[in-house]
Design a binder for this molecule. Structure first.
Ligand SMILES: NC(=O)c1ccc[n+]([C@@H]2O[C@H](COP(=O)([O-])OP(=O)(O)OC[C@H]3O[C@@H](n4cnc5c(N)ncnc54)[C@H](OP(=O)(O)O)[C@@H]3O)[C@@H](O)[C@H]2O)c1
Length: 305
């Protein structure tokens, strides 16, 4: 297949490109910065530069492709959510989705499928409720962002098979949340953050990539899919499991006020609150997760037997 990936230089995109290349697909990496992209993928040849907003410049790229995957967006956990950062987080997503939608609509030979990134933040946070794809939207900045992000797809030609992936916290040692969370544990000062009762709906990076590939290939698949492992954990359980795998202590407790002081609203929504999300549709369709259980996932990530 000819596959165009926007935002391919990020945590998910890098693994996805490698996996699709290994399977023999023809991947075009679309980035705002081709030099950066070429450094990340030294043996890759298909690059295209795009500013993240101009639909006309994308038409030629998506025209004649089989699939388009849009992962682009300013990093959510890249810093405190100041007013201007919040605007950037929102605008970067809406601009790229609107441009991709318009470019696909304009293309003469439209791709068959568009995979659009979204997040489980859509559901808001809750200490007890279990969310599935049928659940409604919640409250908070992340929920608002994901709602606008998904709504920006309105107007996409109905000829396209649209898949929206609401992804949980992707676990990988290469980046994302785990890379940040592991540091205190490696230093021997790891432990529970906040009450420890908040849910963490995680997914191993390998399963994230497998699920995206599965959804592209599955002819009848369309609509919303939760990409989370079927066994979410509480933050307390997460800390305990991570400490066990890393063979470190998990004695420390980071109180909620300290998180709020350090990270503001970003810490409140992404660290102190959580949501229990099930990948109901993937499970119903028989998708088999390689890592359903956190311990197995972390053992694999840190290569421990
Ligand atoms: N990782 C997770 O745990 C997780 C969880 C839920 C949802 N998601 C969503 O899934 C998508 C991919 O995740 P990821 O972890 O791979 O993201 P990431 O590492 O932050 O990378 C996203 C890519 O988006 C592009 N980008 C960054 N800032 C941008 C901006 N201001 N305007 C336009 N493009 C920008 C960059 O590509 P270029 O610099 O090459 O243009 C970057 O490589 C994201 O939209 C993310 O919100 C991720």
């Amino acid at each position: 297949m000819k596959i165009v990936i926007i935002g391919a230089t990020g945590l998910i995109g890098q693994q996805l490109v490698d996996s699709l290349n290994d399977s023999g697909h023809l991947v075009t990496i679309v980035s705002r910065n081709n030099n950066k992209a070429a450094k990340i993928f030294p043996s890759h040849s298909g690059f295209a530069s795009w500013n993240g907003r101009n639909p006309n410049a994308l038409v030629g790229l998506v025209n004649g492709s089989d699939a388009v995957i849009n992962l682009a967006g300013e990093n959510i956990a890249g810093g405190r959510w100041t007013k201007s950062r919040k605007q950037l987080i929102l605008d970067s997503r809406i601009r790229s989705v609107k441009a991709v939608t318009e470019a696909i609509n304009q293309a003469e030979n439209k791709p068959k499928v568009l995979v659009q990134a979204s997040a489980i933040g859509y559901y808001g946070t809750h200490p007890e409720v279990t969310f599935t794809e049928d659940s409604g939207s919640g409250n908070g900045f992340l929920s608002e962002v994901t709602q606008h992000w998904e709504n920006a797809l309105r107007g996409l030609s109905s000829e396209i098979r649209l898949i929206i992936i609401r992804t949980g916290v992707v676990l990988s040692e290469k980046g994302g949340a785990l890379k940040k969370m592991q540091t205190p544990f490696k230093l021997g000062i790891g432990g529970t953050v906040g009450s420890g009762r908040q849910w963490l709906s995680w997914i191993h990076l390998e399963d994230e990539v497998r699920a995206i590939t599965y959804l592209i290939n599955k002819e009848g698949a369309s609509g919303i899919y939760n990409l989370t492992a079927p066994q979410p954990v509480t933050m307390k359980e997460f800390a305990k499991t991570l400490a066990t795998i890393l063979q470190r202590w998990s004695w420390f407790k980071v109180p909620s006020f300290a998180v709020r002081m350090l990270f503001g609203q970003m810490g409140h929504e992404t660290i102190l609150r959580g949501q229990r999300v099930m990948p109901a549709r993937l499970l119903a369709e028989g998708f088999v997760f390689r890592f359903s259980n956190l311990q197995d996932a972390l053992k694999d990530i840190y290569r421990k037997n």
